[in-house]
Every structure is written in structure tokens, then in C-alpha cells.
Design a protein around this ligand. Structure first.
Ligand code: KG4
Ligand code: ZN
Length: 337
């Protein structure tokens, strides 16, 4: 028997819906919110309002793309066996929109509800497609809010074996970009300008943090002090080299700990996940490192790196198989636990 799941992701500033059948993604539609650009960061209240506007058309579009042979929403909804949503972590107002929508749909269709943890979903994005890792594997999860090394024992048993003690890798990108005068989110722009720059031109502080943990707040300060010492026009004249050097520092910090995790666990299957895994420098460096050390590396397609509902759908697929359903009084939570 086949299982069809509709998944909704609304934890931050992307409204997304996806349909999957037996773990195969049929559609993954993502609406970005441009309203935040001029504020230099996500404004929670504006994000909630944009989710409210987006959610119906986004779900409609994902359903239409999944079932093109059916010509109305009612028939498409009848295909569904379960409704999944992101429960935590995220912006509470944003999470509430997706949660309430999913609950209403589950109640109306009389189908089970599946609550998904956003960070677990980022890791399981690596299970979408044909070339996927076997368990156990390691995953470096790097997003705007988290930086973790995860030991995945099975889809529903993920162990965090290292994490940041302050800023996330995505924040290191975004905050450095801000210091360079680049708009939010700066990560993709640093990636773009870094392509033509010299990664070894400027040196920034690398933290000495024990175990498999990370720290990124020192890097931001190091970039700030360095820029304060320069003359007017320095950033414009050296933008590509600055971006390449900052990116190189972040990648070095991340991959040093990944190498340590492989040494400690003996696990040689390494995945990356989260928004920062869209970074072309990180993707290339991980592959290079894998070849050098004999690891098998896995890198999700771009659309499954930044926030998306397909990763919620694949996680829900495994939770459905394990009959891990949520009750209709399930509440979202801003925090991780
Ligand atoms: O996973 P995500 O979409 O949202 C969260 O759950 O946080 O991650 C967003 C983060 C932002 O900090 C953004 O700047 C960063 O991912 N990001 C990138 C790139 N694309 C997105 N950072 C570096 N290079 C990129 N190409
Ligand atoms: Zn995310």
C-alpha cells in the first residue's frame, strides 16, 4: 500500500509545501519572503503575516504539481494519508501558522498529523533521492540558527555529538556580510563574491574549542577589528578577497571538526545539511576532503539545503512508518527541545 504525505514548513521566512509518496518527493514548492531584505534580518511579525498570505497558494501549488492528472484541490486532498508540519525550533509566530494549518487540514480530512523537528529534517534531507547514505552516518548540519555534528544511528535516532557554543555558521556568514555592507542574507553573496577572490589573502582568528564543538563569535569580532583598521574604500577594492578569506576560515573551522568526528567514531560516511550546505566552497572542500581521506560524502541538492518542506516530508515518511503521530492539541515550540 502506498502512503502519500503533505508536509508544511514555516519555521522561519520560507513558506513551503511538499508531497511525497513512499518517501519519493513528488513536489516541493518554496515561497521566499523578500519583505525582510530592507531590515537586514528576518522580522518575526512580518514573517508570520507573509506565511498567512502564502500558505494557501503554496499548498495548492504543491498539490497541483504532485497530482497534475487531477484537476481540482478537493480530489488532490483525497489522495493524502497524513499531514506533516514543522513543530520546532523556529520563530513561534511562523511555526503557529503552519501548525494551525496542518491541524485544520488533518481534522477536516480525518487523517493523522505528524509533527517534525526542523533540525532532524535537515539531516534527513540526505535520504531524498537514489544515492543516499547508509546508517550509521555523520552529518554536519549548518544553518542560520544551528551548527551541529550529528551521528545518525537510524532515521529516528539522531545523536548530536558536537555543536556551537555561540553563533551558528550561518550567522558567521550573515554577520560578516553585514560588516562588508552586504544585504541580508549575506551567506549566498559571500559565496558569490568568494568565487573570484583569494582565500588566503587575509587571515582571521580560528578558535580553539575543545571536543567536537564550534565557536563563531570570535570570527565576527576579528573581521570587525580588521576592517576598522583599514582606509575608506578598502572593502570595495578587496571585496572578493575578503569574502573568499572569510569563507575559507569558516569552512576550515567546520571541516576540522568533521575530520575529528570521523577519527573519533570511525564512521566514514559524511553528509552535510542546512542552509550553509548550499555554499559552493563548503561543498567542494567536503568532497575534496572525502577523496583525500577515503570517506563517502553526500551533499543534498540545493533545493533541499535551505529551508524546504521536502525534508519535512521525508522525515514524516519515516515517522509514519513508525506510527509516530501527533495529537490535534500538539503545540509548536520556538526552542529545540
Ligand atoms: O537552513 P536555513 O535555510 O534556515 C535556518 O534554518 O536557519 O539556513 C539559512 C542560512 C543563512 O544564514 C544563509 O546566509 C545561509 O544559510 N546560506 C548560505 C548560503 N546559502 C544560504 N551561507 C553560505 N553560502 C551559501 N551559498
Ligand atoms: Zn533550516
Amino acid at each position: 500500500m502506498s502512503t502519500t504525505i503533505l508536509a508544511i514548513e514555516s519555521s522561519c521566512d520560507e513558506t513551503s509545501a511538499s508531497v511525497c509518496v513512499n518517501g519519493k518527493i513528488l513536489s516541493n514548492y518554496i515561497a521566499n519572503q523578500s519583505v525582510h531584505e530592507k531590515y537586514g534580518g528576518v522580522v518575526p511579525e512580518l514573517a508570520s503575516r507573509a506565511h498567512m498570505q502564502n500558505i494557501v497558494p503554496v499548498v495548492d501549488t504543491a498539490l497541483a504539481a504532485a497530482f497534475p492528472e487531477l484537476n481540482n484541490t478537493t480530489d488532490r486532498l483525497k489522495q493524502l494519508d497524513a499531514i506533516a508540519f514543522t513543530q520546532s525550533p523556529g520563530l513561534i509566530g511562523s511555526l503557529l501558522v503552519g501548525t494551525q494549518f496542518a491541524k485544520s487540514l488533518a481534522l477536516t480530512l480525518n487523517k493523522p498529523l505528524i509533527a517534525v523537528h526542523h533540525m532532524q529534517a535537515h539531516v534527513l534531507a540526505n535520504l531524498i533521492g537514489d544515492d543516499i547514505p547508509e546508517f550509521p552516518f555523520l552529518c554536519l548540519t549548518v544553518s542560520g540558527g544551528h551548527t551541529q555534528i550529528v551521528l545518525a544511528h537510524d532515521p529516528l535516532n539522531l545523536e548530536v555529538i558536537g555543536e556551537t557554543i555561540d553563533d551558528a555558521a550561518g550567522e558567521a556568514f550573515d554577520k560578516s556580510a553585514k560588516l562588508l555592507g552586504l544585504p541580508y542574507p549575506g551567506g549566498p553573496l559571500i559565496d558569490k563574491y568568494a568565487k573570484t577572490g583569494d582565500p588566503l589573502k587575509f587571515k582571521f582568528a580560528e578558535p580553539q574549542i575543545p571536543e567536537l564543538n564550534f565557536s563563531f563569535s570570535g570570527l565576527k569580532t576579528s573581521v570587525l577589528y580588521f576592517l576598522q583598521k583599514q582606509e575608506t574604500g578598502f572593502i570595495e577594492a578587496n571585496l572578493a578577497d575578503l569574502c573568499a578569506s572569510i569563507q575559507h576560515t569558516i569552512i576550515t573551522i567546520l571541516l576540522k571538526k568533521v575530520k575529528k568526528a570521523v577519527q573519533q567514531t570511525g564512521i566514514k560516511q559524511v553528509c552535510i545539511a542546512g542552509g550553509v550546505s548550499a555554499n559552493s566552497g563548503l561543498r567542494a572542500s567536503l568532497q575534496e576532503m572525502g577523496q583525500k581521506h577515503g570517506w563517502k560524502t553526500f551533499i543534498p541538492k540545493f533545493e533541499y539545503c535551505t529551508d524546504n518542506a521536502a525534508m519535512i516530508a521525508i522525515t514524516a515518511h519515516y515517522k509514519y512508518q513508525a506510527a509516530q503521530f501527533a495529537s490535534l492539541d500538539a503545540n509548536p515550540s520556538a526552542r529545540s527541545h
